[in-house]
Design a binder for this molecule. Structure first.
Ligand code: HEM
Length: 444
């Protein structure tokens, strides 16, 4: 995809469809506007929610105080599958579905980028390591292809009408979640500890982690506050003491599907006055969360666009940024195979460029990470911003990008069950398999 994007940008400048100077000036202006919309960088020494400085009940920003209580409760409320929430506004839901179908490219990229953030939380990462359904490039390609297809169905039919694809997919996903949490609950503490990490002593060919995690860790130690407050509240470091796939985890996954798009639409290629559509999009996610078993008081999107934005900014500032300081090799491996899997049907998706885009979005300076990128990766990183904040303003480019994703998904669907394709992917080797192993497993 990005290879095509780069070519398209070159063509735009070279053929003066948009005069090159005007394009650059406009892009600089857009970047400036975008920057104002991003979370502020922590001021020097200003760690407002540091555990030592504040009483316990003030450790968590107000918008998230109810949601964090969800760590103590199982993620599925047991709600009946054919009963929509009493607060459902059908018209708004359908408007949100239409918006999602029309902007699938932007949504899909924002969701992939959000997973880089969500995997900073052990409650999100460790169940996926445990089930081993996305730990290699091929498995990850299959797993996330299926995820995208299921989520797409939730934008296309009614999730409460029996036998629609959306309804069946809600039931399947609830089944997956219940199964994973039951298996984790039934595992012995030792088995749980062993099977929720790739282990500090894994060889590089088995765990793909090199420069990225090491550089991120160094950058984060300078650019983000410590995580003691987050630890005190989430109490999620010890896998043997957690409620697996709890209400908080579910809520944080709603953030992954909706938060970045709702809060930073321009950064994902959505322009113009979209407040009404984005509010409807949040309503869709509030309702899907309900259907998947999230109780109202932990529902990230209930309360509309303004509250979703408030919560997103608070998650990024108070939970995600501190957790950058605890990034480990499991994180790098799982996020690498995720992006490598996505790149099989979205050619040009770059892991390193996306990690840097995420750091940018979090407002954390990343000089060491940037220096570790190849010139091509740096170019891809810059083009993501130029494409999303500039080129995507052009309606025909937006249409093209959305069609491209739809075509790529169709192609991926055809390949998904081919044994030959599977073997060809499993035989591939990757540059980062041979990178030096970082000296530490876990950033501290
Ligand atoms: C709003 C919340 C969530 C949504 C919308 C969601 C969505 C999905 C979807 C679409 C699938 C199907 C993937 C497939 O067909 O292979 C799935 C499977 C799964 N999800 Fe979730 N999920 C949510 C929350 C969570 C959370 C909090 C966890 C905890 C880590 C989780 C762990 C899993 C697992 C273990 C599977 C089975 C596949 C595997 O082992 O990787 N999900 N989810």
């Amino acid at each position: 995809m990005w290879r095509a994007v780069l070519a398209l940008l070159a063509v735009l400048c070279a053929h003066a469809i948009v005069p090159a100077d005007a394009f650059l000036v406009k892009t600089a202006l857009l970047r400036d506007l975008g920057r104002r919309a991003r979370p502020a960088r922590s001021s020097a020494g200003g760690c407002p929610f540091s555990g030592n400085a504040l009483p316990r009940d003030k450790l968590v920003p107000e918008s998230l105080r109810d949601i964090v209580q969800g760590v103590a409760f199982p993620g599925d409320s047991g709600v009946a599958p054919d009963v929509p929430p009493a607060w459902l506004d059908r018209q708004k839901f359908e408007r949100g579905q239409a918006f999602s179908r029309k902007n699938f490219f932007s949504l899909a990229y924002a969701e992939s980028l959000s997973l880089l953030i969500n995997f900073l939380f052990p409650g999100e990462l460790q169940p996926l390591i445990f089930t081993r359904r996305s730990s290699t490039v091929y498995d990850s390609y299959k797993r996330y292809f299926d995820t995208v297809a299921r989520v797409k169905s939730w934008y296309e039919s009614d999730p409460w009408t029996p036998n629609t694809t959306a309804y069946n997919n809600i039931a399947t996903v609830r089944g997956y979640h219940l199964d994973a949490s039951r298996r984790m609950r039934q595992a012995s503490p030792d088995a749980l500890r062993l099977n929720t990490t790739f282990g500090p002593h894994s060889d590089p060919p088995h765990i793909w982690s090199g420069a990225t995690v090491e550089r991120m860790c160094e950058d984060a130690r300078e650019g983000a506050c410590p995580s003691d407050a987050v630890d005190a509240v989430l109490k999620d470091r010890d896998v043997t003491k957690r409620v697996h796939l709890n209400q908080f985890d579910m809520s944080l996954t709603q953030f992954a599907f909706s938060g970045l798009i709702a809060t930073f639409p321009e950064r994902f290629g959505l322009h113009g006055n979209l407040e009404r559509e984005l509010d409807a999009f949040c309503h869709v996610w509030a309702a899907l969360g309900y259907a998947l078993g999230i109780q109202d008081k932990y529902n990230f999107n209930l309360g509309g666009l303004a509250l979703t934005r408030r919560r997103t900014r608070d998650v990024l500032e108070h939970f995600a940024k501190p957790r950058l300081r605890t990034v480990n090799r499991d994180w790098e491996h799982m996020t690498r195979v995720l992006f490598e899997g996505l790149s099989l049907y979205n050619p040009g998706v770059s892991y390193e460029a996306s990690v840097l885009y995420m750091m940018d979005l979090l407002g954390v300076a990343a000089p060491r990470l940037t220096a570790s990128l190849t010139p091509t990766q740096r170019l891809v990183h810059s083009s993501i911003g130029v494409f999303m904040e500039g080129a995507m303003r052009v309606p025909s480019i937006r249409t093209w990008a959305n069609q491209e994703v739809a075509n790529n998904l169709r192609k991926a669907g055809r390949n998904a069950d081919s044994q030959r394709y599977k073997e060809s992917i499993e035989k591939r080797s990757y540059r980062y398999q041979f990178l030096p192993t970082p000296s530490r497993y876990q950033c501290a």
